[in-house]
Design a protein around this ligand. Structure first.
Ligand SMILES: NC(=O)c1ccc[n+]([C@@H]2O[C@H](COP(=O)([O-])OP(=O)(O)OC[C@H]3O[C@@H](n4cnc5c(N)ncnc54)[C@H](OP(=O)(O)O)[C@@H]3O)[C@@H](O)[C@H]2O)c1
Length: 329
């Protein structure tokens, strides 16, 4: 039996949470599982929460976080061939069972998806859950009838993983994007990636209790929640659409029904985990072909597993730009 290096989160007898890089034995592969040698994982906000032992994300401890993993099959019966590039996606991966911050992961074959042709392993993991969620949000707007003629689309948390890809997808589809960020220092980069305008996140928030605000958004991709989402919904133009996927700014949502019944605003909830295999494959194929982004790898800040501690702190402080990618093999 050999060992492998992992990032592990555990609860100590005094109730405190410890995370550490440690060596764990690689057990023999169980029946019904496939072993994947992980080439890369990526760090999402959800992984950073899991790394703190947040019980809403880390369903049991000890846990190896990491909801994204891309690599190759090395052992076990699979519908994919040995050596083929695959990605892992399942709601339990990195939350209820050990995830991708490890050199090897053992998962059921049904959790595996082919890395679509046209994407390298590094492209696929850099996009990962963040890129997939951004694509879901943008597809949600488009399917609901929002077009470039609808007006400006605001993207909140624009320098984060989901936000940055939402800016890029929207720009590619011809939308005028307003990027909302706490890091105006990143204005030039956000404009290079597709934002027509960059505003400070405080400008988006209206603390009043007015049920309706001046209507200015043709649509929104909101990763922040809380007062930000409430302000956006109250500022959305008649019959336009808001997609909500995140809660970095809070999970509450104080609103009246007026934006919905007087302006016909629609709110679409986005969940990237509970997606059918067919829908997941179809969207990844779109992301690799007609929606293919040109500049994905440049957003990857590639680190070793030892760099995770700093990266987790950076994400928790809201200071990330783009994506941390962890090189494991
Ligand atoms: N529903 C789903 O399936 C799904 C999937 C993926 C992610 N998510 C959620 O989407 C959110 C973003 O995920 P991510 O992986 O993109 O996170 P991330 O890479 O950590 O980016 C989050 C960004 O939000 C902004 N931010 C941070 N703290 C904030 C605060 N207190 N108030 C307002 N803005 C703040 C920052 O951007 P700026 O400085 O540019 O404002 C930060 O870069 C998270 O809540 C995550 O859980 C949900």
């Amino acid at each position: 039996m050999t060992n492998q290096k992992v990032l592990q989160v555990e609860k100590l007898p005094d109730g405190s949470i410890r995370r550490s890089i440690c060596e764990r034995p690689l057990s023999p592969l169980q029946d019904g599982f496939v072993r994947v040698r992980v080439a890369y994982s990526a760090l999402n906000f959800k992984d950073a929460l899991a790394a703190t032992g947040n019980p809403g994300v880390a369903k049991h401890l000890p846990l190896v976080p990491g909801i994204d993993a891309v690599g190759e099959i090395v052992e076990g019966e699979s519908r994919f061939s040995t050596g083929q590039s695959v990605m892992v996606a399942h709601p339990d991966f990195g939350t209820a069972v050990d995830g991708g911050f490890a050199r090897f992961v053992d998962v059921p074959d049904t959790w595996l998806y082919q890395v679509p042709e046209g994407l390298s392993n590094l492209d696929a993991v850099t996009l990962g859950t963040a890129g997939f969620t951004a694509a879901q949000c943008v597809e949600g707007l488009v399917k609901a009838g929002i077009s470039p003629d609808s007006g400006d689309i605001v993207v909140t948390g624009a320098t984060g993983g989901v936000g940055i890809f939402a800016v890029m997808y929207l720009k590619q589809l011809g939308f005028s994007v307003v990027a909302s960020t706490g890091k105006l220092i990143r204005e030039a980069e956000l404009k290079r990636l597709g934002a027509a305008r960059v505003v400070h996140r405080d400008e988006i928030i209206d603390e009043s209790t007015r049920p309706l605000l001046t209507a200015k958004w043709g649509g929104a991709v909101d990763t922040v929640g809380g007062k930000t989402l409430s302000s956006i919904i109250r500022s959305t133009k008649p019959h336009c659409v808001v997609t909500a996927c995140g809660l970095v700014g809070g999970h509450e949502l104080n609103l009246t029904v007026y934006p919905f019944i007087l302006r016909g605003v629609s709110l679409i909830g986005i969940d990237s985990a509970l997606v059918s295999a067919a829908d997941r494959t179809a969207l990844w194929n779109k992301m690799s072909k007609e929606w293919r982004l040109g500049d994905v790898e440049s957003l990857a800040n590639v680190i070793e597993i030892e760099g995770l501690e700093n990266a987790i702190e950076t994400i928790l402080q809201g200071q990330v730009f783009g994506r941390y990618v962890i090189k494991l093999s």
